[in-house]
Write a new protein. Structure first.
Length: 244
């Protein structure tokens, strides 16, 4: 009976650990918030990193900007030095302000002033306008994470019909949605970085929408495991008392 009890308890606890570890492993890549934003509008994309390269501290994050995005404004982070690298356009284009452009920002690099140790989280934010003609598309922002003694390239992009969760090193992606309509049915003008309600109050976007769900999920798993153990204990026969 003792062996059966130990075996049952081990299986219950192992199952709880594996179930909770699965979402953590899936979220171990460089992520972006929000993961969707309206076409033709200014968006604030926040990229999060909370791990190193096989335990090594992070020293730099280099983001490749999609070709259809002409301009990007990196947000200053006091923990990082930021640089923009421009690339030539195949043909000059006119931006929303009527300016003729012959170059665009092709890469943004954040270099850590002090290496970010494995297991510590930080975020960097890029402000940019998503293309008006990209509704329904997932725009990838490949990022190379440089670390002390190595690097990890989060640059894999899912092919048509492929589940992005099957990728080992997925690039952060943002799905382009329709621009919200005004009261007259027309799309709102570009330049709005966040959602607003009818009164004009800006609604902030949560940076970690699933944190509470994970905590509650872990609590449920622990309670379930304890229940299994108590059930096994309740079924154990009680040894007859020895009366003198």
């Amino acid at each position: 009976m003792k062996r059966a009890f130990l075996a049952t308890s081990t299986v219950a606890l192992t199952s709880a650990v594996l179930v909770f570890a699965a979402p953590l492993a899936a979220s171990a890549h460089v992520s972006v918030t929000p993961d969707s934003a309206p076409a033709g509008q200014t968006a604030q994309l926040t990229f999060s990193v909370g791990h190193g390269c096989d335990g090594a501290a992070t020293t730099a994050l280099a983001f490749t900007i999609p070709e259809t995005i002409l301009a990007v404004t990196p947000t200053v982070n006091p923990n990082w030095e930021v640089t923009k690298t421009s690339v030539d356009l195949a043909e000059p284009v006119t931006d929303a302000h009527g300016n003729s452009l012959v170059q665009r920002v092709g890469e943004v690099t954040y270099t850590a002033k002090q290496p970010l140790a494995d297991g510590y989280r930080d975020t960097v934010t890029l402000q940019l306008t998503l293309p008006e003609n990209a509704v329904g598309k997932a725009m990838a922002f490949p990022v190379v994470q440089s670390c002390e003694g190595g690097e990890t390239a989060w640059t894999e992009i899912a092919e048509d019909g492929q589940d992005p969760h099957d990728l080992e090193f997925p690039a952060p992606t943002v799905t382009v949605t329709d621009a919200p309509a005004n009261h007259d049915g027309t799309a709102e003008a570009s330049g709005h970085a966040s959602a607003s309600d009818a009164s004009g109050t800006t609604t902030p976007v949560s940076a970690e929408p699933d944190t509470l769900a994970r905590i509650l999920g872990l609590g449920g798993l622990i309670v379930g495991a304890i229940g299994v153990i108590l059930a096994v204990l309740a079924r154990r026969p009680v040894a007859p008392s020895q009366e003198g």
